[in-house]
Design a protein around this ligand. Sequence first.
Ligand code: DIR
Ligand code: MN
Ligand code: MN
Ligand code: MN
Length: 304
Amino acid sequence: RTVRIIGAPMDYGANRRGVDMGPSAIRYADLADGLERAGVDPIDDGDLTMPRAEERDPDADQPRRGDAKFLREIEDVCKRVRDRVATTLADGEFPLVLGGDHSVAIGSLTGSARDADLGAIWFDAHADLNTPETSPSGNVHGMPLAAALGRGAFGETEWAPAPRLQESSIAYVGLRSIDDRERELIRESEITAFTMADIDQRGISAVVDDALAVATDGTDGVHVSLDLDWLDPKTAPGVGTPVRGGVTYREAHAALETLSRRDEAEGILRSMDVVEVNPILDEGNETATLAAELTASTFGKRIL
Ligand code: DIR
Ligand code: MN
Ligand code: MN
Ligand code: MN
């Protein structure tokens, strides 16, 4: 299996404070080596070029589609992520997108759901379901699922929604920070939500099995979206929006090993993104190292 590494050093979705260095830090943490040890063949495409930061004040620049900062820049990047993901899949390879902030997932989801019915598992402290209308921050990294689903003002754009992604095929794992209006959106949606409380009660493996059941039912493949703030900040300090009470180091590995075992048996995994690593906020590159390790676990690296 060939894994094509697509760097997307995007920071327009999260206040532009260091998350653009994520792809570099994850590579530095021996991602390619870890993937080889997992038994896959990595090919590194390098980084997509990001549009130059414009001179306007982002807060003064509210584009026509409601309250979403840098929407034009994000659209430009996500269309290129989307096309790179789609052509990678058409070539029979596995697209691995390295963020950058979570807004890059708009590109991964729309690209991966172009020629297949897609399920998705969202490992995140946050639900990322805000629309420009409901967002308290205006940061698009809190909105990628809404965009990919064509919700809110994103529904009128030509770069979203993802053509073959149904809400009912999406599962959250590990939620613990949800905005008030976002809570209503989740309740009204058909997305399945497993919170940290579910993991407390039932254990990570049972929860991931259930998330897999959601994401594989009636779909052709599963997209894995791994936001490093899913983990507890003690384990993953290098993220822009840490929330305490996240999964442990072992729970995270167990979750991705569960995906990997299912994938070995049934070939379910289709695409992945690893996002929100912020080296400026990190301690000795440990969050990027964790990102690289968890990716290797997803592709089959085992203790023995
Ligand atoms: C918050 C934070 N829900 C927002 N979202 C984050 O701004 O929409 N997503 N941090 O990863
Ligand atoms: Mn996120
Ligand atoms: Mn189908
Ligand atoms: Mn998050």
